[in-house]
Design a protein around this ligand. Structure first.
Ligand code: ZN
Length: 344
């Protein structure tokens, strides 16, 4: 029972298989590298993005097996395997990649070596074919680039998911039900979420983060807002994001508000026919305004906002920023540690 706190154990004993919103409020949140019991057999683990670039994980203990949400980087998968083993001897049969990014999928090989099958929405393979060109016989892609700075990646191989679902896939043993759902394009073109309708827990992958972690380069901000609408309709009580601490449904609301405001601000500049350079020059103002809004301040980061503004501007006009102020490439490089993005 390695990382479960005494309080969690007491709560688990007290609540049994049942769950109420009040229980969740009792649980500690925001603790990095600790397995948090969300509900009977349902765990959330907040990864160390700061130092190791790890994503968050979840795992669900079914009667006969364990389903892990996100493969993480190889070192992230190695971090959580002993924690799962400390909780249950049941075999880990499935590792669900919420999307194709390295911090969510490069640990697949490790899970395969430990008896699990990586699975994902079909869009994950399409994205891998687009960006993991080295694996598919072309020029070095993102994996090779991540391997330059990450020994854990260099010591392993890309292992794409081998069980694929085009829309949704259900796991249900009567005790637990987990629905893997592709709700639309968001952070990438292959995002899927894990929804637990009984407990009303939603593992979102990076379609929802809780902190300054929104990388928009591979997704579509306009469609992302709609996908978050679909996620909100599920009625989650606990939202386990791809990065940052877990929270309640307001995390989805706030993430969506951030993108809505971004589109509003950039849209106003586009409507008043501002030049790409003028839009770029408006970034400090936008950043300052967002940082003063309690609901969205936590999503603002100094380096990321430029790429976010540029992406929205591109979606609206088809034009990027002038070459001398190009934000997207700089943001990709800055986010490389966390997300294993390519340098090209
Ligand atoms: Zn990601």
């Amino acid at each position: 029972m390695c990382d479960m706190t005494r309080r969690n154990l007491l709560l688990a004993a007290a609540t049994g298989a049942g769950w109420s919103a009040a229980d969740a409020q009792e649980l500690p949140s925001g603790e990095v590298n600790k397995a948090a019991l969300i509900s009977s057999g349902v765990y959330f683990h907040q990864g160390d993005i700061e130092h190791q670039g790890h994503c968050n994980n979840g795992w669900i203990v079914f009667r006969d097996y364990v389903l892990v949400v996100d493969a993480n980087f190889p070192s992230g998968s190695q971090t959580i395997l002993p924690k799962i083993r400390g909780i249950t001897p049941r075999p880990i049969r499935f590792a669900f990649d919420t999307h194709h990014h390295g911090d969510h999928s490069y640990g697949n090989e490790f899970w395969v070596e430990n008896g699990a099958t990586p699975l994902a929405h079909t869009g994950v393979i399409e994205e891998m074919k687009r960006y993991e060109t080295g694996y598919y016989g072309g020029k070095p892609g993102r994996w090779e680039d991540a391997a330059k700075s990450r020994p854990d990646v260099a010591a392993s191989h890309l292992s794409p998911p081998t069980v694929l679902f085009p829309h949704e896939l259900y796991f249900d043993d009567g005790e637990h039900r987990v629905e893997l759902l592709h709700l639309g394009i968001a952070h990438t073109h292959g995002d899927a979420m894990a929804w637990l309708p009984k407990e009303r827990v939603l593992f979102t992958g990076d379609a929802c983060v809780n902190g300054p972690y929104n990388f928009v380069g591979d997704g579509d901000v306009e469609k992302w807002i709609g996908t978050l609408d679909a996620a909100k309709k599920l009625g989650a009580r606990v939202v386990c994001p791809g990065h940052g601490p877990k929270g309640d449904a307001s995390v989805l609301d706030d993430q969506q508000l951030f993108f809505k405001q971004l589109r509003e601000r950039v849209g106003a500049l586009v409507n008043s026919k501002k030049s790409p350079r003028a839009v770029y020059q408006a970034i400090p103002q936008i950043r300052g305004d967002f940082a003063s809004q309690p609901r969205i301040a936590r999503f603002v980061d100094n380096s990321g906002i430029a790429a976010q503004v540029e992406k929205v501007y591109q979606e609206m006009t088809g034009k990027g920023f002038p070459a001398d102020v190009k934000a997207s490439k700089a943001a990709r490089l800055l986010h490389r540690h966390a997300h294993a993005f390519e340098s090209a």
